[in-house]
Write a protein that binds this ligand. Structure first.
Ligand code: HEC
Length: 113
């Protein structure tokens, strides 16, 4: 019979704790759902076909940049009446999920590393 040592249990519990924030950091599928509910009407379902040529393409943009832009709209560091209103209804988790979702879409604006 294999003995499970207390040290192993502590390590396993710590590992699970450390893994949690990462696992919760971004959920592309939740991002997709939110995007279809709110964002697709302007930015296009694929993040690449905005309803107006002056609206930016989000597909394939870097996650860091998208997150930064959304937080700036929330805090009025970046001022835009439309996006300000959109961003202010998002939770911090929504922002992470949406940034991860749009980054995951094939875009024309950035290169895959
Ligand atoms: C009613 C139309 C509309 C909706 C809905 C909308 N957006 Fe936007 N979005 C815009 C416009 C217009 C801009 C350009 C604003 C500016 O010049 O700062 C923009 C800009 C952005 C930018 C900045 C992109 C860049 O390249 O700097 C991000 C990120 C963004 N939107 C994300 C979202 C997300 C995520 C949602 C859904 C929660 C959403 N938008 C919903 C119209 C919309």
């Amino acid at each position: 019979m294999m003995q499970i040592s207390p040290k192993f249990l502590v390590a396993a519990a710590l590992g699970a704790l450390l893994a949690m924030p990462l696992a919760q950091a971004a959920d592309v599928e939740q991002g997709r759902q939110k995007a279809e509910q709110i964002c697709a009407s302007c930015h296009g379902k694929d993040g690449n076909t905005p309803i107006d040529p002056t609206y930016p393409r989000l597909a394939g943009q870097h996650r860091d940049y998208l997150r930064h832009a959304l937080i700036d709209y929330q805090t009025d560091q970046r001022k835009n009446p439309i996006m300000g209103a959109m961003a202010k209804q998002l939770s911090r988790a929504d922002v992470e999920n949406l940034a991860a979702f749009y980054e995951s879409l094939p875009g024309t604006m950035s290169h895959r590393r």
